[in-house]
Ligand binder design. Structure first.
Ligand code: HEC
Ligand code: HEC
Ligand code: HEC
Ligand code: HEC
Ligand code: HEC
Ligand code: HEC
Ligand code: HEC
Length: 346
């Protein structure tokens, strides 16, 4: 990765210098205003915006699951829910025997499973039902399984505090929050480069102006523990999960916590950091065999080998766990020997 883009950047800088010296325009590199990360870091810039993290929130023109299923219905807790698409916008309706509440779906959080952030009388609510890819339909939102709504508004969604709603848009989007306050006019869904690479915009402007400028920190230097904390800012760190006292299968959602509880987790080792298995600039790989290389970088080298199999390690040692009360499935990052019938370990 690094060599390729450095090379490209140096070539570009050399070209820019030549152009400036010769005063030529022909075949000129893009002018400073037109320079983007893609000018020099092509691979990352092309793939990252299309990943789930790069998307983060689907706005009405892109809500594919809702386009593919123009009418979704559910009955839960004595209320009826319908999500219907008309003229390019989905409407979220909840009704009981006596009344009906209908709101437009502007912010669909997620890519595979969608939870809607709804605006009602100037306040924001997290929809009580969500779309789940696994059932191609709607079900009660993760975390709301125990909610027993007492009226139509409560059945529509959970009222979010100012702090919560800002946090939603900070973890799933860019520039939607400014100085702690919602600024949805400037919201760009998903995580951009600057979100993880602090100082990258300044670096781009400097380098595009032909100056050396400050170079953002090389994130590839991080070992396991530091990276878990970095990704854990959103995926939740070990400390935050312990602090929130999320026990049982519910904490399978928090990969940094689960991974830290595995015997495989050596905090100062790079071979068990998040990016040993995931490239944050490309889509999640859903193929067990492709993770073998990471396991085998330790097992068979510095750690013992498996007496049972020599491939598809994740299939047996990283089981899938269904989040209780929801159709959502996660991968247990507490890598371990799994025996049938064992209770879910801490
Ligand atoms: C004109 C070319 C150019 C543009 C545009 C550019 N970069 Fe860079 N970038 C470079 C070069 C060259 C380096 C290596 C600098 C060095 O080693 O001194 C670098 C280094 C980096 C690094 C540090 C990694 C490392 O290996 O040291 C990151 C992260 C980075 N760039 C991200 C970005 C992002 C994000 C953008 C867009 C906001 C961007 N860059 C725009 C050329 C560019
Ligand atoms: C601390 C950062 C953080 C906050 C705050 C946050 N999320 Fe998330 N969200 C994540 C991460 C990380 C994931 C991916 C892992 C997972 O699914 O748990 C995610 C996943 C999701 C998914 C599933 C995505 C999919 O494609 O399947 C939905 C839906 C979602 N969040 C909605 C929300 C809503 C609505 C809010 C506000 C009420 C919110 N999130 C607040 C970090 C956050
Ligand atoms: C600023 C918040 C944030 C940070 C930091 C972050 N993530 Fe995420 N990540 C998310 C959110 C939000 C989602 C869910 C996106 C969705 O489905 O819409 C997600 C989803 C993912 C997914 C699932 C993608 C898929 O296709 O289902 C992986 C894998 C992932 N993140 C890995 C990482 C790694 C590795 C790091 C650290 C290098 C990291 N994330 C850092 C917010 C973050
Ligand atoms: C979710 C966080 C996240 C986002 C968003 C993200 N990156 Fe990265 N990027 C990383 C991490 C973590 C690494 C280190 C990977 C490794 O371990 O080798 C990295 C590595 C890089 C590198 C190699 C230099 C280094 O820092 O190690 C470049 C260049 C880069 N990213 C460019 C981009 C560009 C361009 C974008 C936007 C299109 C982008 N990244 C978006 C997390 C992110
Ligand atoms: C950073 C090196 C490292 C990586 C990468 C790694 N492990 Fe481990 N693993 C260890 C260490 C250290 C132990 C504990 C000592 C031992 O048993 O050798 C361990 C133990 C285990 C155990 C026995 C744990 C138990 O609960 O009895 C299994 C099973 C295992 N690893 C499987 C895997 C699989 C599968 C992968 C890839 C998904 C993987 N490991 C990746 C270092 C690693
Ligand atoms: C040893 C390899 C390995 C490491 C290290 C690793 N993961 Fe994963 N991760 C996987 C596998 C395997 C999957 C399941 C892929 C699939 O669905 O087939 C996965 C899935 C995910 C998902 C999708 C949701 C889920 O649970 O299925 C997220 C998000 C994620 N990992 C985040 C992280 C983060 C954050 C870290 C660092 C704390 C991390 N992973 C470290 C192997 C790894
Ligand atoms: C078909 C399921 C399966 C697959 C695939 C699999 N394992 Fe195992 N593995 C097991 C079982 C079961 C045990 C426990 C065996 C026992 O206790 O006798 C085990 C044990 C282990 C142990 C502990 C060994 C010890 O002596 O304590 C390690 C380490 C391990 N596996 C690593 C791996 C790695 C790395 C891969 C991929 C190359 C892998 N496994 C693939 C089922 C599997």
């Amino acid at each position: 990765m690094a060599d390729g883009h450095r090379e490209a950047g140096r070539r570009w800088l050399a070209a820019a210098t030549c152009v400036a010296l010769a005063g030529a325009v022909e075949g000129a590199p893009p002018r400073p205003g037109q320079v983007t990360c893609a000018t020099c870091h092509r691979a990352e810039a092309q793939s990252q915006p299309k990943t789930a993290m790069g998307i983060g929130i689907e706005l009405p023109p892109n809500q594919e699951p809702l386009q593919a299923h123009p009418k979704l219905t559910l009955e839960a807790n004595g209320y009826r829910y319908a999500i219907e698409r008309k003229n390019g916008v989905s409407a979220y309706t909840v009704s009981d025997g006596s009344g009906t509440l209908t709101l437009p779906v502007r912010y669909a959080f997620g890519v595979y499973n969608l939870t809607f952030v709804l605006e009602y009388q100037g306040r924001f609510y997290e929809s009580l039902v969500s779309y789940y890819q696994g059932i191609e339909g709607i079900g009660v939102t993760m975390g709301d399984e125990g909610v027993r709504p007492g009226n139509l508004t409560e059945a529509m969604g959970r009222l979010l505090s100012d702090q919560e709603i800002s946090a939603c848009f900070t973890c799933h989007g860019t520039d939607g929050v400014s100085q702690g306050k919602l600024a949805l006019g400037s919201l760009k869904p998903g995580l951009n480069c600057e979100h993880c690479h602090r100082g990258a915009d300044t670096h781009m402007q400097a380098i595009a102006a032909g100056k050396p400028g400050p170079v953002p920190r090389k994130l590839g230097e991080m070992a396991a523990e530091e990276m878990s904390i970095f990704c854990g800012e959103c995926h939740r760190t070990w400390e935050s999960v312990v602090g929130l006292r999320v026990f049982g299968e519910k904490n399978v959602r928090f990969q940094p916590y689960r991974l830290a509880n595995s015997q495989c987790f050596l905090g100062d080792d790079k071979r068990i950091r998040c990016t040993a298995c995931h490239d944050p600039h490309v889509d999640l790989v859903r193929d067990d065999a492709s993770y073998d290389r990471a396991c085998l970088s330790c097992h068979g080298v510095t750690q013992k080998t498996c007496p049972v199999a020599d491939k598809d390690c994740a299939r047996c040692h990283m089981p899938k766990v269904q989040l209780p009360g929801t159709p959502a499935v996660f991968t247990d990052h507490k890598i371990r020997v799994v025996h049938a019938g064992d209770p879910y370990p801490r």
